[in-house]
Design a protein around this ligand. Structure first.
Ligand code: PLP
Length: 395
């Protein structure tokens, strides 16, 4: 009998998409999707255009073009404290998404358990499920989400094979401290686990905090698979360029599986990313932080005034807000009611939690142009002023 695979029959479509479709229908402001509306740095765009003109339009080596691997190795050394051999320890991937997918294929077996911190990023969860692995949640408590090492240890079974660390994290904005990462590293060593990192928001850290790459900690590099990329920092989510750094023991298999699905990251766009790494000055990254910190203040101020108490994110560009005042039995109903009453789309908390733990939460993305963000803030603030939600949704 024809039918879907076991895994496909359990697919649940992301509520992010549902919210975006409804937002478009009602002509609202979309703070649901994590798409940056900020401009692509000219040096990145121009290098990609020049590469197309110069004829770099064919498949590249499976692990990426040499100038990009070399630029990544230099960046890892200078910015992350990770020493990397560009010939044997780096694969350029189709974004962090392609990197995580390929690393899981290379290093995990069906039935393996992998620990994920909750709130989690949906793609981490779904990628593991899609590969017949079992995500096991370790919940962290708002508003600061401190690491609970005892919860990690309690979640470990003989089937546990890895831990995913997303720092700074989507959706909580948590930036794991060096001390917390040391504890995670120690547990990984003791229980012989892989550490998969997702550092896509590494440049988005606020209030003078510092991003720490887990692989830079002593004695952990061999079991750490460092994954990051350029989607967010260069505002090129549609280009699909990221990378994996890992021990030369693991890289050939990761590269093999990446090749099978994606063949390579887009050729000319790899040149664009390489130019960004080579030529953008330190001030570019500092300006990015000030700009996003300012946007964070805008959205958090508006949410607070609207009665949607935000957990102030230490990093990344999302904010989780308490939507208890918005009518609705769960976060999906609350998100829809908020969209219909204010015209602002967000993501229901259920997308990041299990067991109803996200029912009262909504996630707002603030990687928007100032005018879109100001428009959204204005609309949100009306919520409190007119206290209209109840009336509007009761109609
Ligand atoms: N990882 C996290 C935590 C994200 O939030 C996102 C995008 O929202 C991605 C990865 C996607 O990264 P990429 O575009 O490099 O695949």
């Amino acid at each position: 009998m024809l039918g879907l695979s076991d895994v496909a029959s359990r697919i649940v479509q992301s509520t992010i998409r549902t919210m975006s479709v409804e937002c478009e229908r009602v002509g609202g402001v979309n703070l649901a999707q994590g798409v940056c509306d900020t401009p692509v740095p000219a040096v990145v765009r121009e290098a990609a255009e020049a590469a197309i003109e110069a004829g770099f339009n064919q498949y590249t080596r499976a692990d990426g073009i040499a100038p990009l691997r070399e630029a990544i190795a230099k960046k890892l050394g200078q910015q992350n404290g990770i020493s990397a051999d560009p010939e044997t320890e780096i694969v350029v991937t189709s974004g962090v998404t392609g990197g995580f997918d390929s690393a899981c294929r290379a290093l995990l077996n069906p039935g393996d358990e992998v620990l994920l911190f909750e709130p989690y990023y949906g793609y981490h969860y779904a990628t593991l499920v899609g590969q017949y692995c079992r995500p096991v949640l370790v919940s962290l408590d708002p508003p600061d989400y401190p690491l609970a090492a005892d919860r990690i240890v309690a979640a470990i079974t003989p089937k546990t094979r890895g831990i995913v660390v997303n720092t700074p994290a989507n959706p909580s904005g948590k930036v794991f401290s060096a001390a917390e990462l040391e504890q995670i590293a120690e547990i990984a060593r003791q229980h012989d686990l892989f550490l998969f990192t997702d550092e896509i928001y590494e440049h988005f850290v606020y209030d003078g905090q510092r991003h720490v790459s887990p692989a830079s900690l002593p004695g952990i590099a061999d079991r750490t698979v460092t994954i990051s990329g350029f989607s967010k920092v260069f505002s090129i989510t549609g280009w699909r360029v990221g990378y994996v750094h890992a021990s030369a023991r693991w890289i050939p298999a990761i590269s093999y599986f990446h090749d099978l699905t994606y063949v390579c990251a887009p050729s000319a766009l790899q040149y664009g990313a390489a130019a960004g790494l080579e030529h953008l000055p330190a001030s570019f990254y500092a300006d990015l932080i000030s700009e996003y910190q300012r946007k964070r203040e805008m959205i958090c101020g508006a949410l607070r005034q609207a009665g949607l108490e935000p957990s102030i994110p230490a990093g990344a560009y999302y904010v989780l807000a308490d939507a208890s005042v918005v009518p609705g039995a769960d976060s999906v109903e609350k998100a829809m009611n908020l969209l219909h009453s204010t015209g602002v789309a967000c993501v229901p908390g259920d997308a990041f939690f299990q067991g109803g733990r996200g029912d009262h939460l909504l996630r707002f993305c603030f990687a928007k142009t100032d005018s879109d963000l100001a428009n959204a803030c204005e609309r949100l603030m009306k919520l409190r002023r007119a206290s209209t939600v109840e009336q509007t949704t009761a109609q």
